[in-house]
Structures are given as C-alpha cells and as structure tokens.
Design a binder for this molecule. Structure first.
Ligand code: GDP
Ligand code: MG
Length: 214
C-alpha cells in the first residue's frame, strides 16, 4: 500500500532530445538500441526525422526521453531548427572510423546547435561504432578534449554491442537534473566560441598538442 503510494508520487519528467550528425554515423541505430534494445543493420535511411520514446527510472523520478532522430543529408538540414525547438538535450554523433564525420561536428553540427538550439541545451558529443576500433580514425583523447573545450558531455558508444548506450542517456538525465547549480555540459551561447579565438596561453598550447587541426 505504502509502496503504491510512493510510486504515485514519483515525478514524471519529459526530456526532448535531438540526435544530429552526418549521414550514416549511426544516429538511427543509437536511438533504436536505446529505445528498443535492438540493432538492425538494414533499417534504411531516415527521411526527415523519426521519433522514439523511452522511459528511464531515476532514483527520484521517471524521465521519458522523446528522441527526435534527424536525417543527416543536406536536403533535410532546414528542418533541424523545428526539431530543436523546446529541446533540452542534443547528441552530436560522429563515427570514430570516419574523420570527416568528426570534422563536421565542429564545422556543421555545433554551429547549427548554437544558432538554432535553445540557450541551455545540454549537448553530448558522442563517437559511434566503438566495436570497430581496428578501423579507428578519430583519436579518443582528441575528441574528449574537444568536447571539454565546448563544455559538452563526451563518450564513445556502440549501437551494435550496446556499449555505453544506456549510460549516455543516464548521464544526460543526470546532468539535466541539476542544471540550475552547475554550468558544466550546458551549451551557453555566451561562453562557447566556435571561432577558437580564445587567447589564454595554456589553452593555445593544449590545442597545438592535441587538436592541431582545430
Ligand atoms: P544514420 O544515417 O546516422 O541514422 O546511421 P544508421 O543508424 O542508419 O547507420 C548507418 C550504418 O552504420 C548502418 O549500416 C548501420 O548498421 C551501421 N552502424 C550503426 N551503428 C553501428 C555500430 O555501433 N557498429 C557498427 N559496426 N555499425 C553500426
Ligand atoms: Mg538515420
């Protein structure tokens, strides 16, 4: 009886999350792995966007992720601002076996989020296809350093094996629970400089060491 009463009082919170990134990096596969615990090699390209929902139980509340899985092709880019409206989180996905997909995190996807996303959007930069490490082109440390610089969460996942997929969503939910008290991981347009024009010496040195091409 008491337990039922306790369950009734658990708050249910909705988090709208948008998945962006180049075509074929594995956005649909990541969403399907998380929402349905499945991996299907032959689901075909996403047209426009598709929607999946999944509830996760936190200690104090139930969070329902509303996941908008967008299409990576150029012809669908104009739709992205619509999906970003009222979003609280975004995953920018790149493929660890495809350097170009990582370059576009900086050149295309982060600027898009900054321009069209809500000010306090929680962003996670995520490398996909972690099961293909023998084909890796994007160094993990370099990507992690990049994410830190942009105050984003970071991880590498595999939709095929499920590695780090649940943890990613729990970490996003966690970070949104206390956004009022911390700035880490929250995209604030006032503190993010996509032109790299920060002039602190140690940051410049760090960049030369780890991320020369940025
Ligand atoms: P999207 O265009 O970003 O939605 O990418 P898809 O989810 O359609 O995936 C593109 C291709 O990459 C498909 O052939 C998937 O089977 C494959 N893929 C996606 N995630 C993984 C993964 O974690 N590991 C491996 N090995 N292949 C993956
Ligand atoms: Mg897709």
């Amino acid at each position: 009886m008491a337990e039922r009463h306790e369950q009734k009082r658990k708050v249910v919170e909705k988090i709208k999350l948008v998945l962006v990134g180049n075509m074929d990096v594995g956005k649909t596969s990541l969403a399907v792995r998380f929402a349905r615990s499945a991996f299907d090699e032959n689901h075909g390209s996403t047209i426009g966007a598709s929607f999946l929902a999944k509830a996760v139980e936190m200690s104090d509340k139930t969070i329902i992720f509303h996941i908008w899985d967008t299409a990576g092709q150029e012809r669908f880019h104009s739709l992205i601002p619509m999906y970003l409206r009222d979003a609280r989180a975004a995953i920018v996905l790149y493929d660890i076996t495809d350097e170009n997909s990582f370059k576009n995190v900086k050149n295309i996807w982060m600027p898009k989020l900054q321009k069209d996303g809500p000010e306090n959007l929680q962003v996670a930069i995520v490398g996909s296809k972690l099961d293909l490490t023998h084909l890796r082109q994007v160094d993990k440390q370099r990507a992690e350093h990049f994410a830190q610089k942009y105050r984003c969460l970071f991880t590498e996942t595999s939709a095929k094996t499920g590695a780090n997929v649940e943890k990613l969503f729990y970490d996003i939910a966690d970070s949104l629970s206390d956004t009022a008290t911390r700035s880490h991981g929250v995209l604030r347009s006032s503190t993010i400089h996509l032109d790299d024009s920060d002039n602190e010496d140690h940051q410049v040195k760090e960049r030369k060491k780890c991320c020369a091409e940025f």
